[in-house]
Design a protein. Structure first.
Length: 146
């Protein structure tokens, strides 16, 4: 009898990002994101980048047409008086925090191999040849973070 395949899940980073954004906004604070501007797909005004990073104010009053989906954060904002589009892949967002208090979260890295490629087929179960019947059950991969 073979063990059921472990289901592959989508990234949890966009969900954390949206939840923290909402929490910060609900507390009348100003949400900011720290972005790794060297990642592929990041589109921000070049003059805003320092040491490969940029901090972006994503408060409702600071941006227009804010969209946060599972792939990216998109909006239009004024930089030096000029309205410019911004597009940041969720994988490039390093942290989200409230400007006033600094409270927020550094987003965890995705464990290698955990984020499924939408074009990939789920892994096939190995054939049940009776081998490994006495093998210990697979355990989860959660770890305690202090």
């Amino acid at each position: 009898m073979s063990e059921p395949a472990t289901p592959r899940m989508t990234s949890h980073r966009p969900y954390l990002l949206r939840a923290l954004y909402e929490w910060i906004a609900d507390n009348a604070m100003t949400p900011h994101i720290l972005v790794d501007a060297t990642r592929p797909g990041v589109r921000v005004p070049p003059h805003t980048v320092k040491d490969g990073r940029v901090v972006l104010n994503i408060a409702e009053r600071a941006v227009a047409r804010l969209e946060m989906d599972n792939d990216s954060v998109r909006f239009t904002a004024r930089f030096g008086g000029v309205s410019q589009p911004v597009d940041v892949p969720v994988s490039a967002v390093l942290a989200v925090y409230a400007r006033e208090t600094g409270q927020g979260m550094v987003l965890p890295d995705e464990p290698v191999g955990d984020a499924p490629d939408p074009d990939d087929e789920p892994p096939a179960s190995p054939p049940d040849d009776g081998a490994g019947v006495d093998a210990p059950p697979k355990r989860g991969h959660l770890r305690v973070v202090k």
